[in-house]
Design a protein around this ligand. Structure first.
Ligand code: ADP
Ligand code: MG
Length: 355
């Protein structure tokens, strides 16, 4: 079902993306793979569908699920637990059961509460060692930029895995591309993973014609007759991001033409929550986003002017530059040539409407 709102887990449900899927399949032979793209563009879907389409063993950990908003941490126990339970879903379960018995943990038993951090780290390493023994395996961390909040110092574990466990491939997805690079630290001499080779697959928004085709195909699948003008209006406002198109398709049979407003209001609620977490970190993020949302493709000079006028005082260029870089790290802003843009139409809408 194209309009189902859960991530797709089978290539037969994936619209388009043959190229990306083939690319990912090919890159699974590498030891470290990054899957990059903005929120709701289809990273989880691509990863799960592609991995399910090969006969390769894989383990999937949704890092966002275990990230605790209140403490802003990924607790070691949670990570361990998640990794551990994901083993139970491995296709060669019997084999894993054997291996885990050697670890003195049965597959069914709940984890013992409160282990010391060192022991948790040790156990995580043991899990990787056991995985390495069953042959080629992919360990996928979804929204892996959150791993930088992990209390267990995971990066050194991953570097150890990279260097010594040749059967294991590490796959990371990230909406916050810059933050994921930061976590992996392949360009940071201080990082344990510095200089390691990694492959990457980038997922771009659908071109406008693809967005139209997606909606047509989805409506056809559910037997809903929809005017071209409706499709045209929808792609005009929520172009390219498949997650938003899915919401529209899902809501249309019930809400008719109001579905578009529904998507925008529902979407801006979600986006608002994501932005709020950001805005506490700098007073200028909102002004910068507002400048770009208002002006469309915006040059550096115009961003600076906007921020100064808005604040009625001189804001140092270095501050604005730092904040703009940080916004690009989160993926809310993109630089095309010399101009800054907000690639997600609903993010743009939210900034214009809600602030
Ligand atoms: P991400 O992980 O990048 O945030 P998801 O994989 O969760 O994105 O996808 C967001 C939404 O879009 C989900 O409803 C998913 O089912 C749908 N989706 C993503 N990619 C495709 C695709 N290629 N074809 C059909 N639906 C898709
Ligand atoms: Mg996802």
């Amino acid at each position: 079902m194209l309009f189902s709102t859960e991530p797709k887990d089978s290539v037969k449900d994936l619209f388009d993306r043959e190229k990306e899927s083939a690319e990912l399949r090919d890159k699974l032979k590498e030891r470290m793979i990054l899957v990059l793209g903005m929120r709701r563009i289809g990273k989880t879907s691509l990863v799960l569908s592609t991995l399910n389409s090969t006969d390769r063993n894989f383990v999937y950990v949704d890092v966002r699920k275990i990230y605790d908003e209140a403490s802003r941490k990924v607790q070691a126990e949670k990570l361990y637990e998640e990794l551990y339970f994901s083993l139970t879903k491995l296709s060669r379960k019997e084999r894993v059961r054997d291996l885990l018995t050697k670890l003195n943990i049965s597959l069914e038993s709940p984890l013992k509460a409160k282990l010391p951090l060192d022991e948790i780290k040790g156990n995580i390493i043991k899990i990787f060692e056991q995985l390495n023994r069953i042959g080629k395996v992919v360990v996928a961390f979804d929204e892996a930029q959150y791993l930088r909040y992990s209390t267990v110092g995971l990066r050194s574990v991953l570097a150890h895995v990279y260097d010594h466990m040749k059967e294991v491939s590490l796959l990371f997805t990230g909406s916050e591309v810059g933050l994921l690079y930061d976590f992996v630290g392949v360009e940071d001499p201080e990082s344990e993973l510095y200089g390691r080779y990694f492959a990457s697959v980038e997922i771009r928004p659908f071109e406008r014609e693809k967005s139209r085709e997606f909606l047509r195909a989805g409506f056809k699948e559910i037997g809903e007759k929809v005017e071209e003008s409706v499709i045209e209006r929808a792609v005009g406002e929520i172009d390219g991001v498949v997650g938003w198109l899915v919401y529209f398709g899902k809501l249309y049979p019930e809400k008719g033409v109001d579905a578009l407003d529904e998507v925008k209001s529902l979407g801006s609620k979600m986006v608002k929550k994501e932005l709020e977490g950001l805005f506490i970190r700098s007073p200028y993020y909102l002004d910068i986003l507002k400048a770009i949302a208002t002006m469309g493709r915006t040059r550096w000079k115009n961003v600076v002017n906007y921020v100064i006028v808005k604040n009625e005082k001189k804001v140092p260029n270095a501050t604005i530059s730092r904040d703009l870089k940080a916004l690009m790290m989160t993926g809310f802003v993109e630089k095309i040539g010399e101009e800054y843009v907000i690639p997600d139409p609903i993010v743009k809408y939210t900034i214009l409407q809600e602030y």
